[in-house]
Design a protein around this ligand. Structure first.
Ligand SMILES: Cc1cc2nc3c(=O)[nH]c(=O)nc-3n(C[C@H](O)[C@H](O)[C@H](O)COP(=O)(O)OP(=O)(O)OC[C@H]3O[C@@H](n4cnc5c(N)ncnc54)[C@H](O)[C@@H]3O)c2cc1C
Length: 424
């Protein structure tokens, strides 16, 4: 089954596989948001002799399958970021991610990327019958980062989201949502027009030293270059041992309903995207053609479309029982890349061998930030900020780490259920 995004994206946009030996200044491995953003930030700095290699198609990974929420912040919660880094450094990092949201908007405008932008903001809805955690989050945003998220009391929220599930909400108006695959494809088009060479169906097999530079071996041909950036997210597999050992691939699921027409208003009377306050939260948004796109759950394995549809349909009905009977037309999985600390890891494994990985489940803005940071470091403009350097690659212990991640997720799901019962 195609994803909703594959069905609505530009199927005619294709980049030929690499068909000859090449020599360039910079090779970027991975055509997701991290790779595309790095290439774009290099191009913005006049670095044209750049080649981007993608094993499948542009946006094949998490970047072309995600929920489409574009907002500041990281997979690591803002409160933990502040506790770990202190007020000033956390503020610097958080505001860098907010800058990235603005940069995405500018790029959409500048490159005239048609990607179904919906400027309705994002609502975080409280699943639990208590106000304090949302109030604390609102205060943290205001006092820590000068960001003003509007309070939505229960009655007001109930007018926007027709469900008894939620108790209050916060509305982050500066956020938006979009079709991520169309955005990835639009960026790829802009890179091509700017002179970057892009090749799909070109899997990099090995990266090895070659004199002062690097040899990037693909399944067919080699590329010699001065520097390489590895941006392979949860799909890095065995390409770089240090990156595979330092991150875990974690799956999450998305589905789209049939177009709901007027029935959409039985559930949602807002164009905002929504997620809730559980650790194992639902996230969803209305699509321009009145479908509902619904995502949630994490697992150490990808599932069949049928299984994803069954699980998420059950989650949808828990919140909106009035939508019983709507058809699910698309359902898919995607892999996120998580470091143990849930922050992106950006740096160099060795002179000229760069990486940006570990963007987790909140990566649209952070990958754009990562691309900017990496391009600054690669061109010698500025070193990677110390606040980010503090988040390094740490061993994740392969299969054992995956088993531990799954157990942690189930434990936190149980905690969600306990909190729900306690605050009922
Ligand atoms: C289902 C889902 C929903 C999400 N929802 C949101 C959301 O709403 N908002 C948000 O901010 N974040 C969300 N995220 C997270 C976000 O999508 C990711 O953090 C981000 O897209 C990661 O980008 P990336 O470029 O690092 O990785 P990817 O997008 O996975 O790209 C990596 C690319 O590298 C390629 N590759 C791998 N190995 C090789 C190789 N050897 N040679 C060549 N190419 C290779 C892959 O084919 C892939 O295209 C979601 C993630 C998923 C999976």
């Amino acid at each position: 089954m195609l994803t909703y995004y594959q069905e609505t994206g530009d199927a005619s946009l294709r980049f030929a596989p690499l068909d000859e030996r090449a020599e360039v200044d910079t090779v970027i491995v991975g055509g997701g948001f991290a790779g595309l953003a790095t290439a774009m930030s290099l191009l913005d700095r006049g670095a044209k002799d750049c080649m981007l290699l993608e094993a499948e198609t542009i946006g094949f990974g998490a970047s072309g399958r995600n929920g489409g929420f574009v907002s500041g912040g990281f997979s690591l919660e803002a409160e933990k970021l502040q506790r770990q880094r202190g007020h000033d450094e956390a503020r610097r990092l958080y505001l860098m991610s907010e800058d990235a949201v603005r940069r995405i908007r500018q790029r959409i405008e500048h490159h005239e990327i048609d990607c179904d932008v919906v400027p309705g903001g994002v609502i975080v809805a409280s699943w639990f019958n208590e106000d304090s955690s949302l109030r604390e989050l609102q205060a943290l945003m205001r006092e820590g980062f000068d960001l003003h998220w509007n309070w939505l009391p229960r009655e007001q929220l109930r007018e926007l989201l027709c469900t008894d599930r939620y108790h209050a909400g916060l509305h982050e108006l500066d956020a938006f949502h979009f079709n991520p695959l169309k955005y990835a494809q639009g960026k790829a088009r802009a890179l091509r027009d700017g002179g970057v060479r892009l090749h799909e169906s070109t899997r990099v097999r090995r990266i090895a030293r070659n004199g002062a530079g690097w040899r990037v071996a693909t399944h067919a041909h080699d590329v010699d270059c001065r520097q390489v950036a590895v941006c392979c997210g949860g799909y890095v597999d065995g390409l770089c041992r240090e990156l595979s050992r330092g991150t875990l691939p974690i799956a999450t699921y998305v589905m789209a309903t049939e177009p709901l027409g007027d029935r959409l208003r039985e559930a949602m009377r807002t164009s905002a995207a929504v997620f809730d306050t559980r650790f194992a939260f639902d996230y969803y948004r209305p699509l321009p053609d009145t479908r509902l796109l619904w995502g949630g759950r994490m697992s150490t394995r990808e599932r069949s479309s049928k299984e994803v549809a069954r699980l998420l349909y059950g989650d949808l009905l828990r919140v909106y029982p009035q939508l019983r009977g709507v058809a699910v037309t698309h359902a898919w999985s995607g892999l996120m890349s998580y470091a143990r600390h849930s922050m992106p890891v950006i740096g160099a494994l060795s002179d000229g061998l760069w990486y940006a990985i570990g963007f987790g489940g909140h990566g649209v803005a952070p990958t754009t930030m990562g691309g900017e940071v990496l391009a600054q470091a690669m061109t010698g403009e500025a070193p990677i900020p110390g606040g980010l350097m503090a988040y390094r690659l740490q061993p994740t212990f392969g299969k054992l780490g995956l088993a531990a991640a799954q157990l942690t997720y189930w434990g936190l799901q149980a905690r969600d259920a306990l909190l729900e019962w306690r605050h009922r």
